[in-house]
Design a protein around this ligand. Structure first.
Ligand code: CO
Ligand code: CO
Ligand code: CO
Length: 304
């Protein structure tokens, strides 16, 4: 068994490998049905990041039976199962535990041809990097809890978090790529660092090219940061060099833990424009080329 990203891969035969992932968390939005959808999209994402096809899933539920109405649980599971249906994934069961804090997620099983497995360890010097979703979900969800976000902006972020990475995954497999990861809890710079370290390359990021939710800079300037953001910065800032001209609120966004974030794809430069065009054509309009892979220093991310 190999542990890649937060998923396990088991090669069964020369033609078939199994990808097994699990992801679950506390609610990121108020509406239980929407939370169910987002948790499912997030749990499926690791399979898509590895170029796989998810087949089955099992629910994992921690639920405070004493303090929450069972209708909340039903709505969450309905959201999860609708998202699974969209992904053509069969829900085969699940397990629930009485707990003081509500948590929901899924264990997902998918398949991939071993030769077509995409990991976060294959980036090559000269590659371009494409990011498929905007950054800022952690900061905006924090602002939502304070009631600081306009309805339209909330709807946009929710739609993005609930969007599957399936199309982006299919398109990257069609073009052929060197490496991929999905941007989730460790934030943009955390997952990029892992990709650089595992690929033994350096990475240069062009901060102006990174897609952001339009409202996120406003809230980051006000310091509306989730607690995970500071942890990510503490953990990953040693591997990251951020140009002094970049304001603190902008680097905050780069460490912001993401929920159901986009794919970060590393591929040959001649293929990058082609994939970008196809992503945008498929409605993934925020996709952008945000940096490039260099030979060294290994494991170091330079942001300018
Ligand atoms: Co994951
Ligand atoms: Co992941
Ligand atoms: Co059980």
């Amino acid at each position: 068994m190999e542990s890649l990203d937060d998923a396990g891969v088991y090669k069964l035969t020369d033609e078939l490998a199994i990808i097994q992932t699990v992801d679950f968390f506390t609610p990121v939005v108020n509406d239980p049905y929407t939370f169910g959808q987002i948790a499912a999209a997030n749990a499926l994402s690791d399979v898509y990041a590895m170029g796989g096809k998810p087949l089955t899933a099992m629910n994992i539920v921690c639920f405070p039976v004493e303090s929450l109405d069972i209708s909340v649980l039903k709505a969450i599971l309905r959201g999860g199962s609708d998202k699974m249906m969209e992904a053509k994934v069969i829900l085969v069961g699940g397990h629930s535990v009485d707990d003081t804090e509500l948590k929901y997620g899924l264990s997902v099983t998918g398949t991939v041809h071993p030769k077509r497995l995409v990991t976060n360890a294959g980036a090559k010097a000269g590659d371009k990097l494409i990011l498929t979703k905007p950054l800022g979900t952690g900061i905006i969800n924090t602002a939502v809890k304070r009631g600081a976000v306009a309805e339209k902006a909330v709807a946009r972020v929710i739609k993005c978090m609930a969007t599957l990475n399936d199309k982006a995954s299919e398109l990257m497999q069609a073009v052929g790529v060197h490496a991929c990861t999905d941007i989730t809890g460790f934030g943009f710079l955390g997952h990029i660092t892992q990709l650089a370290q595992n690929s033994q390359v350096g990475i240069n990021i062009n901060v102006a090219a990174i897609p952001l939710f339009p409202e996120v800079t406003k809230f980051a300037r006000r310091g509306l940061c989730p607690s995970g953001l500071g942890r990510n910065r503490d953990f990953y800032s040693l591997s990251v060099k951020i140009a002094s001209k970049i304001p603190g609120y902008l680097s905050d966004i780069l460490f912001d833990p993401q929920t159901s974030g986009g794919l970060l794809i590393s591929l040959a430069p001649r293929k990058a424009e082609r994939l970008l065009g196809r992503l945008r054509q498929a409605g993934i309009e925020d996709a952008a080329i945000i940096g490039e892979v260099v030979s060294g220093p290994e494991g170091v991310i330079t942001v300018s």
